[in-house]
Design a protein around this ligand. Structure first.
Ligand code: SF4
Length: 460
């Protein structure tokens, strides 16, 4: 089935699933309260957005220079940097590394880029056991599901569903008490943390002037997963680079504020290379895989390159009325919601053009974006690109006819009269072109007389 058809079917099913809607609404209500509190803690939230936007603008405009600076610093500290042009190159690099080093167990901390390149299955094919160590990611891993949301991967699940999953997959689960469930997950993870030979993380930011990767989590799992195994592999998109260490002073709190309403995420870590001689913690090997996978093509589009500024806070998903109805899985993509709908046609091609239409264009995504990406206008640009790429014949004919009609008042009046009669006749039938719309909405009743007739008859 093509992705557009699949999306329509999934979205139609989810939008009438009241249990799904209930849990999403509950979580989003909770988020809105937290977000308002988080924003209120800023003396000047709009000012913070302006500064973050300017930092990321600078980073994107000089991406190549900052990445080279970052690479040089990492190498100087004994790290390895691998430039992966495609998802396949990135997957192969990590899988071959695991094979070469005899890795049997891998711990991962949350990373959307590794989802994007399907790294877990590549490592499993290479003979590794792979464990997600972010609790939400671990839950969806147990259920063999992709993440539902870029920040909160298990947002769609109720406590009961999580309990059922744990009971089925883990031994000795007898209660749905969250404390017990977390303790059970922790037991599994601790064992993995101490036995894994490789830890894989993403990066929230790559700091050019110091060659550090910046990681931010609320569970501390990234610290254990990157410090205990003897190999640390960072898999990250090239757009994550920022110029200076001091930029994190505003980027970190703004990211936390927009994502979860926190002042700052609980654990913020900077890592710059393998363990050095006088250090007790850290890996023996440190590899950074810098993934392109369509990003430089987007960078080349001056009109839309600002989409690369995204810091993956998830705020645009939370604000989007479409996402709130259909949820994350309906999109069938790694990045969902408004930013996913903007990026995916650039990353994965025209099969995903339909996502740009999954928006009310209300602008709520743009209004909430902490780096001020003009999301809803990018969705419009994607629509324009989609139309330019392949405009259906029927649509072309319809627009020509529309233009021809609108250029003559007599033709307009004639067609309006025909349209009125047809609308009444066809409404609700298989021939009604608006039947999808009318299935869920009461169509407006056509007035008996048009304004012109009323004017002519002296009614107005
Ligand atoms: S586009 Fe903006 S709001 Fe959406 S995830 Fe990225 S940074 Fe957050």
């Amino acid at each position: 089935m093509n992705p557009a058809r699949e999306f329509l079917l999934n979205a139609a099913a989810k939008s009438v699933d009241l249990a799904h809607r209930k849990i999403i609404r509950k979580n989003m209500d909770h988020y809105e309260v937290r977000l308002a509190e988080g924003v209120a803690r800023f003396a000047d939230w709009e000012g913070a957005r302006d500064v973050c936007s300017a930092i990321k603008d600078d980073a994107i405009e000089h991406l190549g220079d900052y990445l080279k600076q970052f690479e040089a610093k990492v190498k100087a500290r004994g790290g390895v940097v691998f430039w992966a042009e495609t998802a396949e190159e990135a997957r192969d690099y990590v899988a071959n590394l695991a094979r070469d080093r005899g890795v049997k167990r891998v711990v991962k901390s949350k990373s959307m880029v590794t989802e994007e390149i399907h790294l877990t299955s590549a490592l499993e094919r290479a003979g590794c056991e792979v464990l997600e160590t972010d609790l939400g990611e671990y839950i969806v891993q147990l259920r063999n599901e992709p993440p539902y949301h870029i920040v909160t991967p298990a947002m769609h699940l109720t406590r009961k569903e999580i309990y059922e999953t744990f009971k089925e997959k883990l031994p000795g689960i007898t209660t749905d008490e969250p404390v017990e469930l977390v303790a059970a997950a922790r037991r599994v993870m601790r064992e993995f943390f101490f036995s894994a030979e490789m830890g894989i993380s993403g990066a929230n930011f790559l700091v050019a002037d110091s060659g550090m990767i910046a990681l931010t989590t609320n569970e501390g799992n990234a610290r254990l997963g990157t410090a205990l195994p003897r190999i640390h592999v960072v898999v990250t998109g090239i757009e994550k680079v920022v110029p200076k260490l001091s930029d994190l002073g505003i980027l970190w709190p703004t990211l936390a504020g927009a994502a979860t309403g926190q002042s700052l995420s609980a654990y913020n870590t900077l890592i710059g290379g393998p363990r050095r001689q006088n250090e007790v913690d850290g890996p023996e090997e440190f590899h950074v895989v810098l993934l392109d996978n369509g990003r430089t093509a987007l960078l080349a589009e001056s009109e839309q390159r600002e989409a690369l500024k995204c810091i993956r806070c998830g705020a645009c998903l939370n604000n989007c009325p479409v996402y709130r109805q259909i949820g994350g899985h309906a999109y069938g993509t790694t990045y969902q919601g408004p930013i996913g709908s903007v990026l995916t046609p650039h990353f994965r091609g025209h099969d995903f053009d339909h996502l740009s239409y999954a928006s009310s264009l209300c602008g709520a995504c743009t209004a909430g974006c902490p780096v001020k990406i003009d999301l809803h206008h990018h969705l419009l640009r994607n629509r324009r690109n989609a139309v330019q790429n392949s405009r259906p014949l029927l649509e072309r004919i319809a627009f020509r006819l529309f233009r021809w009609t609108m250029l003559s008042s007599a033709r307009y009046t004639w067609f309006a009269g025909i349209g009125k009669k047809l609308a009444t006749l066809l409404r609700g039938t298989a021939f009604d072109p608006l039947r999808e719309w009318n299935r869920y909405r009461t169509p407006p009743q056509m007035p008996k007389k048009s304004f012109r007739q009323m004017w002519r008859d002296g009614d107005v």
